[in-house]
Design a protein around this ligand. Structure first.
Ligand SMILES: Nc1ncnc2c1ncn2[C@@H]1O[C@H](COP(=O)(O)OP(=O)(O)O)[C@@H](O)[C@H]1O
Ligand SMILES: [Mg+2]
Length: 313
């Protein structure tokens, strides 16, 4: 275990009974660091979290949580807090009642209960909702209440599995602010997310899990620079849907559809210069764009590349 790390996962393998799910995963996390675990559905992210929490014991390799194996030393699990993908709170109890319940379950002494609840409410900025039942809260507030419950015993590692699921776009920033605040207090954060913009905005390091292996890992900026060098992403916003011939024309320019309707993109070493020429050609072809933007490649570009297997480490 590297000195100063809170969590060390080394060579972890696991199979539920079918094929292998984790195939030798390594991961190291330091205090005050946000690590985003990325990867397609079924890559093994939740399974990895379950091994870290000691809920399942790896078939091979080892998890060390502050030096102890959580699957063999249950007391070591007190060092982490888990926010599962599905909100795990009592829906009819208020936020405060939930926190009191979780504090009791976590063994917080009675004398410290009130202070612990107040601190958790403050860390997650939900004091104003403290006396409302969970089921009356929006997805964003529920998520923050679940973070408060996970932090009630002041763990040094917080694990969040898909924290933006069920949280609408407007409320995501508030969840991100809470996560950043905890990081700034020195808590180590391990999160899985489908939301690559969230990972871009939050993560100090990211890891791409693919078919049970860490395909790529590092600091987002460094990984993007390494993968794309000087290339820029050129984004074409169309005015309206195009027909078959239009799609062929766009594809002929090397453009690919993105997840955003009407937006096509390509990577180009000559970004800005290429955009002007591209605009002229698209207009001539009757595909007048509403807008063409040139920007630095993002984690989304990297994710597609890793998913296609090009950047396998
Ligand atoms: N309880 C289970 N029993 C059997 N197979 C499972 C179980 N949980 C997950 N799996 C399988 O393990 C693989 C990884 O799942 P999971 O860890 O949930 O991936 P992710 O969280 O990255 O989407 C998938 O193929 C999934 O079907
Ligand atoms: Mg999952």
């Amino acid at each position: 275990m590297t000195p100063g790390s809170i969590l060390t996962v080394s060579g972890v393998t696991y199979a539920y009974g079918g094929g292998p799910v984790l195939q030798g995963v390594n991961l190291e996390l330091a205090p005050g660091e946000i690590y985003a675990l990325l990867g397609p559905n079924g890559a093994g992210k939740t399974t990895l979290i379950r091994t870290i929490c000691g809920r399942i014991r790896p078939d091979g390799g080892q998890v060390l949580l502050e030096g102890a194996d959580p699957s063999r030393v249950p007391a070591s699990r007190a060092g982490l807090g888990l926010v599962p993908q599905e909100i795990a709170l009592y829906p009819t109890l208020t936020v405060r009642e939930n926190l009191q319940t979780f504090a009791a379950l976590a063994g917080v002494p009675r004398a410290r209960m009130t202070a612990a609840v107040a601190r958790a409410l403050e860390l997650t900025r939900i004091e104003d909702r403290a006396d409302q039942p969970i089921r009356h809260l929006s997805g964003g507030y529920q998520r923050r209440a679940n973070i408060a419950a996970a932090m009630i015993h002041e763990p040094r590692l917080l694990i969040l599995d898909e924290p933006t699921v069920g949280v609408d776009i407007d409320a995501r920033e508030a969840v991100d602010t809470v996560i950043r605040g905890l990081r700034d207090l020195g808590v180590a954060i391990l999160m899985t997310t489908h939301d690559l913009e969230q990972a871009d905005a939050l993560a100090d390091r990211v890891g791409f899990l693919r078919a049970g292996r860490m395909a790529l890992e590092g600091r987002p900026k460094a990984l993007i620079a390494e993968a794309f060098g000087e290339k820029m992403e050129v984004l074409v916003h169309l005015v309206r849907e195009v027909d078959e011939a239009g799609r062929a024309g766009l594809a002929g320019e090397g453009l690919e559809p993105t997840r955003t309707p009407l937006v096509w993109a390509r990577l180009d070493a000559d970004g800005y210069a290429a955009a002007g020429a591209l605009d002229r050609r698209l207009r001539q072809a009757g595909l007048a764009p509403k807008e063409i933007r040139v920007r630095e490649p993002s984690l989304a570009n990297l994710f597609s590349r890793v998913a296609e297997g090009e950047a396998a480490a």
